[in-house]
Design a protein around this ligand. Sequence first.
Ligand code: HEM
Length: 183
Amino acid sequence: MYGLVNRAIKGLVQSRFGDAAWNTICQRADLDPGGFVAMEVYDDAVTYRLVEAASETLELPAETILEAFGEYWTVYTIEEGYGDLVSLMGSTLNEFLDNLDAMHERIGDAMPDLVPPSFDREALEDGSSILHYYSKRDGLAPMVIGLIKGLAKRFDTSIEIELLDGSAPGHQKFRLREGASES
Ligand code: HEM
């Protein structure tokens, strides 16, 4: 994955747990604590090693770290200069979710080696949705949960999100129920 992702993991760890925790995690993962170049591609194994080492060091399940990371990503990417793109992609949560593939496609213009996920939202009659998540990578469903929670905050709404059974490798499904605005 692009270094932007690993940099965000660093930002999350340093802001919540401090520099010492980050240094320990890098030592455990056998990585240079100096950091990553945002626009350089790193092996996915680097990202998985970071998450595993963070899980061991912070004594938190990897799923908890991935979920926190997903939520952090929705703020981090805006700070890193992607705010205009995010604003263009929708003014409601559902509109934004419907545009996720278009957004990653635009990001791919600047990051030609991007291997993005793909999403497809199915609107149900009761007002809830099934969000289909397609990925070439394993184990990132908790990150999607965090991403959706972060997006709900951004659009000032509340959301219930549930990973559904029966997911096939590379294709997972979530049920989303959007609630009343919290503001
Ligand atoms: C402007 C904001 C965003 C940027 C710049 C961005 C960029 C990226 C990048 C660089 C990767 C790593 C893939 C690679 O390097 O090959 C990635 C992966 C991913 N992105 Fe985005 N993204 C953004 C917003 C979002 C949002 C809002 C979602 C919400 C669902 C999302 C879902 C994902 C997921 C789940 C992955 C993991 C890869 C996988 O499942 O295979 N991204 N994105």
